[in-house]
Each structure stands twice: as C-alpha cells, then as structure tokens.
Design a protein around this ligand. Structure first.
Ligand code: ATP
Length: 264
C-alpha cells in the first residue's frame, strides 16, 4: 500500500489520483474466484460508489483497498495529496461505539487514537477537533448522551465523526446507512453529502441502494457477480453537494433506472 503509484506501463501515475486498483483478482483457498480483474481509479476529492449484487465481492474489494486482505493478483496503489501513503478510515454498517463512553468521548477516542501520529499536538487542539467534529455531524446537543440513549441514525453520525477524527485522505464506507429506516436514511444522505463537501475527503461507498449511490457520488462502479467484475463505470454529472430536491428528481430517477437495468 505504500509503494509509489504506478500506471500500467510502470511510470508514475497522475498525481490527481488517490487510488488505483489495477486488475485486482481474489480467490479464497480453493473456492470460486471472488473478484476477477477489477480496475478502478479514484481522484482526490472524488466520491465513488460501488454497487452490485450480493456476493459480487464489494466488501472484499474494500478490504483489499484498505490493506486488510491481500489480493491474489493485481495491485492497489494509493497516495495522499502530499504524495505520502494516505490515511484511511472505515465506516461499517453497524456503529461500533463504546457503550460506556458518551458521544463526546467516543469521538474523542478517535482523536486520541491519532494523537500520537502527530495529527493533533496539544490537548486544546484535540478538544477543538472534537468540538468541530460534533458540530460538523450535528451532534453538539447530544455530546453528553450515551450510545444507547440516541437513535441508530445518531449513532451512525458518531461513527462518521470518529472516522473523520483521523483526518482521512480516503474514507471507506461499507453500507453505512443500510440499517436505518428510509426517512432517517434520506436525511443522513443529505448530511453525508454536506459533510463530505466540507471536509473534501476522497470517498468510496459500497451500497445496495442505487438511489443513494447516484445521490452521493461522482461516479458509480457497477459490478457483476460470479466472479465479481466491473460491468460499467457510470458518471453522475451533477454538481455536488446535491440538493435535497435532487433526491427525488427525474434526472436521478433516470440514472437509477439505467443502473437497475444493468443489474437485472
Ligand atoms: N475471508 C473469506 N474467506 C472465504 N470466502 C470469503 C471471505 N471473504 C469473503 N468471502 C466470500 O467472497 C464472496 C464475496 O463476499 P463479499 O462480502 O465481498 O460480497 P459483497 O458483494 O460485499 O456481498 P453483500 O452485498 O452481500 O455484502 C462471498 O461468497 C463470501 O462468502
């Protein structure tokens, strides 16, 4: 993951790229191939969604990108805007919060974890960072609550705030909103769009929800299964952040329909 980014010819790739997955294949033991020659590039500040049928290897691809899983063949290369290895953070479907910590302390935990990495120098800087993250994610009023005293949507906000505490160059989101009810989910999609715009981080989102993918992303990788492969890369050519009206617009519905047809 720390190797310099190379293109297919072996020359340094364009510095505007945050990530390049090049012909990534994965097979676990003697099982059927899970991923086959998946290639994907993501520019700095870009938000890319991955959609596809269950079992096509979306989570596996995300885990390979994060370095938690080694690809059988192919390579993933990453770099930050400064040219160094990027910091990545991961948001899962279920918020894994510390139940005995308040909302504030759960976010502070993410900040403290990184204090030793030189991101935050002093205690005051850490306290300010926590306050900023709480404000950014709409949690200031809930700072002294415990996780079991807030809704699932609020818990997921804490999860996002904690993930952002490391000031990630790349934020990986694996079905972050799928456990939420439809209304909460729509509201959080709008907030996630605003938060991403404010922090300017690069993002990769795995989702089953095509509408969510269209609403949030610049491009969508549509995958096919058995083995998992990229079927198409779809551009979502609308300025970000998207307005709440865009969520129910004809343009979004048309793109959603086109992707749905690809998947069925
Ligand atoms: N560590 C592992 N060992 C063996 N098989 C695995 C491992 N991880 C994933 N798989 C298999 O790889 C395939 C793809 O799994 P993955 O979770 O990546 O798919 P997905 O597209 O994210 O699915 P879903 O949309 O249902 O979450 C599945 O058949 C899964 O059982």
């Amino acid at each position: 993951m720390t190797s310099p980014m190379l293109d297919r010819q072996g020359a340094p790739a364009a510095p505007h790229l945050a990530l390049a997955a090049d012909r990534v294949s994965e097979q676990f033991g003697a099982g059927a191939p899970v991923l086959e020659n998946v290639s994907l590039t993501v520019e700095h500040g870009e938000f890319v969604a991955i959609v596809g049928p269950s079992g096509c290897g979306k989570t596996t691809l995300l885990r390979i990108i994060q370095g938690l899983e080694a690809a059988t063949s192919g390579a993933v290369t990453t770099r930050s805007r400064t040219g160094e290895a990027p910091r990545m953070s991961y948001v899962f479907q279920r918020a894994s919060l510390l139940p005995w910590y308040t909302v504030r302390d759960n976010v502070a935990f993410g900040v403290t974890l990184r204090a030793g990495n030189g991101i935050y120098g002093s205690k005051r800087e850490r306290d300010n960072a926590v306050a900023d993250l709480l404000a950014l994610t709409g949690l200031t009023k809930y700072a002294d609550f415990y996780p079991d005293q807030i809704s699932g949507g609020m818990q997921q906000r804490v999860n996002v705030a904690r993930a952002l505490a490391v000031r990630p160059d790349v934020l990986l989101l694996d079905e972050p909103l799928s456990a939420l009810d439809a209304l909460t989910r729509e509201r959080l999609q709008i907030d996630v769009a605003r938060i991403l715009e404010q922090v300017g981080t690069t993002g990769i989102l795995v989702t089953h929800d095509i509408r969510e993918a269209v609403f949030l992303s610049d491009r969508i990788a549509v995958m096919a299964a058995h083995p998992g492969r990229t079927r198409a890369i779809v551009d979502v050519d609308f300025p970000r952040p998207r307005t709440p009206e865009f969520q129910h617009s004809t343009e979004l519905a048309q793109l959603e329909r086109g992707i749905w047809e690809m998947l069925h």
